[in-house]
Ligand binder design. Structure first.
Ligand code: DGL
Length: 271
């Protein structure tokens, strides 16, 4: 089923929310950029903190989590759902994309044509599940089959962010260890292909110049804005944003600070 917008919205008054999800605070790196570009929208955000980290889960588990989240957003009348999570975009998007009545924006499938246009040696650092799927190299090859893409899993990085251990020496070592592996390939650019990784920039900068890192959410946010604008699905007045988690709202509020200051504690929902 291809999503069709049957809403007649010539006045930009489609007040239904845009919904985001991730395993935790990572998706806020996307959300904060979209919100800057589209300040008049209403927003929902779900962090599946009980099931974090997604990168260590099986395909079956990820399909179950994502389907429940999509259904939750359907019940909230979302007009679009942003998969602000590389892991679920890699593993579940193709299987689930036709099952719901809203637009779905998956991060990997949305940004790979932009990455392919860079036509340089690219390192992709992502969760074990994203790397195992080869979603980045496959998508980039569709647009630029000659491009050299080197994929590398960073098993511990998500927990460093969620457990706010960014300043601990052990965390710095764990980041350094993976980054050093990219030297074998000598990439021109390194893609932070998990939405949690931009939180680690202070550590990453200790070992490589900041310019080498690509945060795909910069392109992703613009793509979402362009598509909602062309689809005539924008709103003209911000009224609410609402955050949900599946466990530990205090931790979510604390860990999120670097990218977005949440005013109220997120509501716990068990899906
Ligand atoms: N932030 C998500 C991603 O982009 C999920 C990370 C995880 O929970 O392992 O892949």
């Amino acid at each position: 089923m291809e999503y069709k917008n049957t809403y007649n919205n010539l006045n930009n008054n489609d007040e239904r929310p845009i919904a985001f999800f991730d395993s935790g605070v990572g998706g806020l790196t996307v959300f904060s950029k979209v919100k800057k570009l589209l300040p008049n929208e209403n927003y929902l955000y779900f962090g599946d903190t009980k099931n974090m980290p997604y990168g260590e889960k099986s395909e079956e588990q990820l399909l179950e989590f994502a389907d429940k989240i999509f259904k939750f957003f359907e019940s909230k009348n979302a007009k679009a759902v942003v998969m602000a999570c590389n892991t679920t975009s890699a593993v579940t998007y193709e299987k689930l994309k036709d099952n719901y009545n809203f637009k779905i924006y998956p991060i990997i499938q949305s940004v790979c044509s932009t990455l392919a246009n860079m036509n340089c040696k690219l390192s992709i650092i992502a969760t074990p599940a994203t790397i195992k799927s080869h979603a980045y190299s496959k998508q980039i090859a569709k647009y630029n089959p000659q491009m050299q893409v080197f994929e590398l899993a960073a098993p511990n990085w998500v927990r460093i962010v969620e457990e706010h251990r960014i300043n601990q020496p052990q965390s710095i070592l764990q980041v350094q260890e993976i980054l050093e592996e990219t030297n074998n390939f000598n990439p021109d650019k390194i893609v932070l292909a998990c939405t949690h990784y931009p939180y680690l920039m202070e550590i990453l900068k200790k070992f490589k110049s900041e310019e080498i890192f690509i945060d795909p959410s910069v392109y992703f946010a613009q793509i979402i804005k362009n598509d909602l604008t062309e689809s005539n699905m924008l709103n003209n007045k911000f009224e609410y944003e609402k955050f949900y988690v599946s466990s530990d709202p205090e931790n979510f509020k604390e860990a999120s600070k670097l990218f977005y200051s949440i005013k109220e504690l997120p509501e716990i929902v068990l899906l």
